[in-house]
Design a protein around this ligand. Sequence first.
Ligand SMILES: [Zn+2]
Length: 313
Amino acid sequence: METFKIEIPTPYAVGDVNAFLVKGDALTLFDAGPKTEEAYDALKWGIRSAGYDMKDVEQVVLTHHHPDHVGWVDAFSHAEILGHAYVDHWMKKTPEFLHYHNTFYAKQLKEGGVPEKYIQRILKVKGEIELFGSLPLTGYLKEGDEIPGHKGLMVYETPGHGQSHLVFLEEGTRQCIGGDLLLERTSSNPLVEPPADLSMERPKSLLQYNASLQKLKALNVSKLYTGHGGEITEIGKLVDERLERQKQRAIKVYDYLVKPQTNFELTTQLFERIYQQQLGLTLSETLGQLDYLVENEMVEAKMQGGVIYYSRI
Ligand SMILES: [Zn+2]
């Protein structure tokens, strides 16, 4: 795979995001940075230093729908734009979807025992989606598909970090464009998100994520091109490290569960100093560990007056 890496600045704590320009029978850009001016410049100059022009890009393929990856699809209205069908909800942003999205989060937060004043604050932050692009996808990708114009570059569904997450593996060389599934230096957060089929059932993101990591490990990848930071070659070792660290976090949550508590109550203790500033993220983290403990039959969840209480079994 002839891959040209483009590092793009983002306004997020994670730092730069990577896009990859790949020349096959088609010229394809994998991911497109956030929709800021700085990102546009970086993308333009990156493509230029690879010897091409923005208008030469025939296809944009998205690893997942998060804003640091999908912003500048808007600069490629002449190209095909491909990704998981779920991405389209975020590009189109129909009033129905935005309403569904807010209703979903309000329900989850209420069940998590989050006080009303915090719920409003979180929903407001979630509403800031201007860094997303707005061009709808021209085609959908799913497990087993081949990327058009790139023979043997296959699509694998890897939900968890995002419900739309895909990775692309080149069969012969075992090189893989991996989005945010596994990063060199940071562990990627499995975020609470509305389900892909828009039922009200919350996907258990952390459990999905762990399964996706195992799937990646089994793919025998020689080189992983990541969404943030450098390429990874020792994938199995890093996957094992990440899974072990997650287990330790779950045990910490279990240790705090001396009496039945809500997700919110636990989060305020586990993240005493940062939960006020990063409530959405910290609630998501604790909920993931609780899902893991429930799945492993160490903890049970009981609904009481519309709120879920967790207790040790
Ligand atoms: Zn990212």
